[in-house]
Ligand binder design. Sequence first.
Ligand SMILES: [Zn+2]
Length: 308
Amino acid sequence: MAMSVLNQKTLSKPINISGVGLHTGKLVNMKISPAEPNAGITFKRTDLKKDNLIVPNIFNVTNTNLCTTVANEFGAKVSTIEHLMGAFFGQGIDNATVEIDDEEVPILDGSAKIFVEKINLAGIKISDTPIKIIKIDKKISFTDGSKFISIEPNKISLDIDFEIKYKNPLIGTQRNLVKVYEADLTDIYNSRTFCLYEDVEKLKQMNLGKGGSLENAVVVKEDKVLNEGGLRNKKEFENHKILDCMGDLYLSGCKIVGKVICSQGGHKLTNQLLRKTFIEKSNFSIIEIKQKNIPHTFINRNILKSIA
Ligand SMILES: [Zn+2]
């Protein structure tokens, strides 16, 4: 067991989850099953007869408008994958097959809470195959107007330093820094997607948010949260953006060692940064974490355990 935390993980048994898609409003059934080492995360659209496998990665992201959508070369797509991917990332699930009978992952309560609970309930199976990590070797930045994101080398952890700035007085400016492999991620997992009351109508006009309700999104009107019970944690808006960021970073396929700094970003900015980073091989290295080739910089074994 001492070393096994550095090995790839999958679920001990399948999980079934059903619910509506946030944007399509359709009922979706999903089954997440264990997968072999090095298989990674694969989506399988069971409603399509063929060409229905979609392997999410940063280069097959086809839409980042309000959620992250990935598609295969045949045009089969799956959307709103970010909260599930964030749960996989945080819980250390390297390999899993996600069968889904429609194009959008269920929104559930708008957070990753239920995904994480179901993963923990099923249990985690540890393989004999070592994990791989991506180590960022150069600082890369991407700017879009006042929005900014960068990734840079870091010793052992993945730090996400994220800031949001809203004109809305209740949301306002919030900033948080999370050390993903060391922190208690409960508040991150539990934080729900959110929108402004005045944007609800706009979403409907764009034919989006059809499954949206106070059951699966925090809705803010002026200085009030319309959801009964209010917020789940003080920085729920901010923490949800960090959950989204984790899910989008996991489209790189591995754990990342680096530091991400972002102001007012989202799915699009994170994807643009990752494309810019991974298009150039000298920006990063992939390390297989075997006991014998642990880089000398990874001196703190306790922290190393938490990465796996
Ligand atoms: Zn989200």
